[in-house]
Each structure stands twice: as C-alpha cells, then as structure tokens.
Write a protein that binds this ligand. Structure first.
Ligand code: SAM
Ligand code: SF4
Length: 368
C-alpha cells in the first residue's frame, strides 16, 4: 500500500481509511521519513479543523482509593505500598476556583473507582458547589451505574472519560483480574452516551502482546462507540504493579513514544473533529512529549492542579513528571512550551468537542 496515497485520502476526508490502512500507518518505522509525513498530515488536519490552538483542562487528582486491581496501575487496590488519600469537597472546590482564576475554563476530576451511594452523593455535592464557577467539568471516575452517571450529569458534569484500555477483549483479560469485565466497560460507555455526556475513551499503547492491528481496531472502536474525545498514552510500567515488559522484546522509551504519537496522528486522520489529548504519560518518556503530541495532531492538554503533597501518591506509572511543581508553575511552563511551537492556549474557552456538536446537530436535524 502506498503511504502517500493513504495520507492524502485521510487528510481530505474524515473516516476515509480502512482498518488495513490504519494498521499500515501504525506500523511505520519510528523516526522514518514516512512517519514524519504521517505526523505532518495529522497536524495539518488539526490546524485546519481546530486551528493552532490548544484547549486546557486543569486536572484534579481527587483521590487514589480504588476498588479495582488493574495489573498495570500503581494505585491498584492490592498495592499496599502507597498511602491513600481523598480530597474533601472544600479542597476540590478550592482547586476548581484556582483553575478558574488561571483562565482554564474546564477541569477534569479524576480518581480511583469507588461505587457506593456515599461516593455518588459526595461527587454530586462537589458538582453542585462548583457549578457557580461555570466551568466545563469532565469526570473520570471509572465504571458506574447509568443512574449514577445520570445523577452526576444532572449535577453539572458535561464530559466523562473512560478509557476502554484496549478494544481487544482477549488482551483486556490479560491486563485485568477475572472480576473486571470488558463488556461492562463497553456498556458503561454506551450508558454515558445515553446520559448526554461528551464521551471520552482511549487506550494504552505499547502494551505487552499488543499489535498494530489491535491499535487500528481501537481507532475503529472509537468511531463505533460514538466517542467525541480521545485520551491515549503509552503504557509505562510501575514497580509495584504486576504487569511487566517481556524480557525478550523490550521497547526503548523513544520507540514507545513514537508509537503513541503514531496512534495520536492516525486517530486525528480518522476522526478529524475529535478532541484528542496529549497525555502526561508522553512527558514521562520525553521532556517535550506533550508538545510532540500536539505536533502529531492532539489539541488538549491537562496540566496538573493537584497539590504537590498528594502528587507522589497518585503515581500510576514510574517516572511521573512534575511531582514537585505546583499548579502556578505548571501554567507558566506550559505557556512557554506551547509558545515555542507556535500554539496558543485557549484561555476562557471550554473547548467542547466539535465532534459532539456535529453529532448533536445531525440528531436535531433528523428530529426536526
Ligand atoms: N480509575 C479510573 C479508570 O480507570 O477509568 C480513572 C483513573 S485511571 C488512573 C486513568 C487511566 O490511567 C486509566 O484509564 C489507564 O489507562 C491509565 N493508567 C493506569 N496505569 C497506567 C500505566 N502504568 N501507564 C500508563 N497509563 C496508565
Ligand atoms: Fe483503579 Fe483506574 Fe488504576 Fe484501574 S486504572 S486500578 S480502575 S485507578
């Protein structure tokens, strides 16, 4: 297959590529001229559809208590070496207010997964308290019942991020204990759509046993599940988590980074109008990893707002960056970094997903 031809068709029209063609792009050699052409095509689409602009969400890591035991994650339930914390409503409200002062018009509230009436009511209370700040609020609090998603939506959350982690159920089963269900995660994504959220999903790249074909199918999955926002990043091992890299096929950090960048670029070329995040995990592999993510087609960055005293306890993988930098430092640093690549931060704008708006305009027209 001719890569230049694939790129030209993908650039001209959203959702134009087949699974085979996506797999060809994802398997391009790292640091090759063809890979550079892939990144350039994806960046042109990002600039044409979204502009040289980056949306910001202040990330609040609200707690590391988790009922789940994902084999890759540093805050999994079985890790007894991590001190557990949960922010109270006042702390979350103060961070949301700080985000507002910084000109960030959107926040993400993320934590381990807790399913209980007490937790549902707590989040509802937090959402009602921060409603007067008029921020776009993304939740990333794991799998919940449709009723819980509905209550949080009514209390003011507008977006929800739930990564499928991999669209391959067999690979999913190798990354999680038997009690964790891929099917339940898919059903949760559908429930989020029914509740009217802007739905975000995504996967980890460079997982043991994952192929370019798996990643191509992940991108098709994003379309089929109706995702409006995509958050992806490289899997990075954690010293206290059981998932390990196979000794015989260790991927150098630079190759991992490039695979994650190809995944961002291929996703942008397939879903022209989606919001795509340049995740913090990219920065764990290279100091300018997030900027490289933007230059490969991403348009969202989530600077950390969490107080430095809690950051080390929310370590999902080894080498998490900026453990000692407070939110104000992160803001200045990000502005300089984006300036250097000619991108502007969209202060004061929520940066809702264009894909969500387009989907709803279509639904409204069909109902009219
Ligand atoms: N608990 C919620 C959930 O799992 O959906 C939200 C928080 S969870 C920490 C957010 C994401 O962190 C997960 O979806 C997973 O993709 C990512 N993550 C966990 N461990 C990781 C690792 N070792 N390397 C890279 N990403 C990781
Ligand atoms: Fe819990 Fe999320 Fe980590 Fe899984 S990835 S153990 S659900 S915090």
């Amino acid at each position: 297959m001719d890569v230049a031809d694939i790129l030209a068709r993908a650039e001209a029209r959203s959702e134009a590529l087949t699974e085979d063609e996506l797999a060809v792009l994802l398997a391009l050699p790292p640091r090759s001229a063809q890979e550079a052409a892939l990144f350039a095509a994806a960046y042109r689409v990002k600039c044409r559809i979204i502009g040289k602009r980056v949306s910001i969400r202040g990330l609040i890591e609200a707690g590391n208590v988790c009922a789940k035991d994902c084999f890759y994650c540093g805050i999994r339930r079985s890790n007894k070496n991590v001190g557990r914390y949960s922010l109270d409503a006042n702390e979350i409200e103060a961070l949301a207010a700080e985000a507002k002062r910084f000109g960030y018009a959107s926040i993400v509230i993320q934590s381990g997964e807790i399913e209980s009436e007490e937790h549902t009511a707590f989040i509802e209370d937090v959402l009602r308290r921060i409603a007067p700040l008029d921020l776009g609020v993304t939740l990333s609090l794991g799998e919940q019942s449709q009723e819980t998603y509905r209550r949080w939506r009514e209390a003011g959350a507008t977006r929800y991020l739930l990564r499928i982690e991999t669209s391959n159920p067999e690979l999913y089963a190798k990354l999680h204990p038997a009690s964790h269900s891929w099917r339940r995660r898919v059903d949760a994504l559908k429930a989020l759509g029914r509740c009217g959220y802007q739905v975000g999903t995504g996967v980890m790249c460079a997982l043991p046993g994952q192929t370019a074909r798996d990643l191509a199918r992940d991108i098709i999955f994003y379309r089929d599940i109706g995702a409006h926002m995509i958050g992806m990043g490289p899997w990075i091992p954690h010293h206290d988590a059981p998932l390990r890299e196979p000794q015989d096929s260790r991927m150098p950090p630079s190759d991992k980074l490039h695979l994650a960048l190809r995944m961002i670029a291929a996703t942008r070329l397939f879903l022209h109008d989606a919001n795509i995040a340049a995740s913090t995990a990219l920065q764990a592999l290279a100091d300018d990893g997030r900027e490289q993510g933007i230059m490969a087609g991403a348009n969202v960055i989530m600077p950390n707002m969490t107080d430095v005293k809690y950051r080390a306890a929310y370590q999902l993988y080894d080498g998490k960056p900026c453990l000692g930098e407070n939110a104000a430092l992160c803001r200045g640093c990000l502005e300089r970094r984006l300036d250097a690549i000619g991108e502007k931060i969209l202060y004061g704008q929520r940066g809702d997903s264009l894909r969500f708006r387009a989907a709803h305009a279509q639904a409204d027209a069909a109902g009219a």
